[in-house]
Ligand binder design. Structure first.
Ligand code: ADP
Length: 287
């Protein structure tokens, strides 16, 4: 708002004007202003204010649309699980009890139904995990001992580590502001991928954590098949995969879930890689 002093100001009116100026919404003008100047200043102020309102309304609409979509994905994945499970259960029962009365084509078709239902169940399960790693920002989380989360992830991967004869090396792990279950999921997905996408060489996975300004930078480095530079970003998308299911099984959701978890804590996740040499996945978590 503008306060003009028409004619000569008195001591009292100047004091009052200073008081109003101190409130923040007023500007004291020493000389009278022309009406056109005031008009154009007011128009500009109104335009700026209406832009602000528009932006706020758009932001709110976007948040609402996001929440709706999340809710939709959550209920769809939840509701779909039951019918898919029954397809899987009954096709397994058919295989177990009626294989002898089916010819080879019939057995082959049943095999396809089984494989389809199992894959669909995995996809839905991962979609559900994705919606559960909701994008709301978690603040003031109690610190977690990253060493414990890593231990739990490695225990869950014990069989895959044994079967691939992988060597997993790690140094001292810090305390970080993230829920244990989320950090465990991150380690499990990233080390699990290192195992899955290993090369002919013996797999060595290195897990490190380095303190940087206000956060810890975790790195999971492998000497596997690597990732071509043009896919460095797309691999974090939902259902994005670089290989067919016959070669490497998977749903293409692991990295999307990792990204969601990291962003929930206002961190970043990215990959650096040299095809044929290996990949290093980095993510940051608040200290
Ligand atoms: P999934 O493993 O189920 O395909 P992800 O989202 O975990 O899904 O990974 C997406 C894609 O990124 C994978 O299909 C794979 O091509 C690539 N990828 C992920 N991790 C690695 C890795 N450590 N080495 C090479 N490629 C990887």
């Amino acid at each position: 708002m503008v306060l003009t002093s028409a004619g000569l100001p008195t001591t009292q009116s100047i004091r009052r004007a200073h008081e109003l100026e101190a409130l923040g919404n007023f500007t004291l003008l020493e000389r009278p202003l022309r009406p056109e100047t005031i008009q154009s200043a007011m128009r500009a102020a109104l335009r700026a204010r209406s832009r602000q309102y528009e932006m706020r309304a758009r932001q709110e609409a976007l948040l609402r649309a996001n929440a709706d979509l999340e809710q939709f994905a959550h209920s769809v994945s939840h509701d779909l699980r039951e019918p898919i499970r029954s397809i899987a259960v009954y096709s397994e029962l058919l295989t177990a009890r009626y294989t002898s009365v089916l010819d080879s084509k019939g057995r082959e078709f049943l095999g396809f139904i089984n494989a389809g239902a199992t894959r669909m169940d995995a996809l839905i399960g991962d979609l559900l995990a994705y919606t559960q790693a909701a994008s709301i920002h978690d603040q003031d989380v109690a610190p977690t001992d990253a060493g414990k989360s890593l231990e739990s992830a490695l225990a869950n991967l014990a069989q895959a580590i044994r079967e691939s004869s992988a060597g997993v090396q790690f140094a001292d792990m810090p305390s970080v502001k993230i829920r244990d279950i989320h950090l465990q999921q991150l380690f499990q997905n990233l080390i699990g991928n290192a195992i899955k996408y290993r090369s002919e060489r013996r797999l060595i996975v290195n897990v490190t954590a380095v303190r940087e300004d206000g956060h810890w930078l975790f790195a999971i480095q492998d000497n596997g098949i690597g990732i071509r530079p043009e896919y460095k970003e797309t691999i974090f998308g939902i259902f994005k995969r670089l290989h067919t299911n016959d070669r490497y099984s998977g749903t293409g959701m692991g990295l999307a879930i990792c990204q969601r978890i990291v962003e929930r804590y206002r961190g970043r996740i990215w990959v650096e890689s040299e095809p044929g040499q290996g990949s290093t996945f980095f993510f940051t978590v608040q200290a």
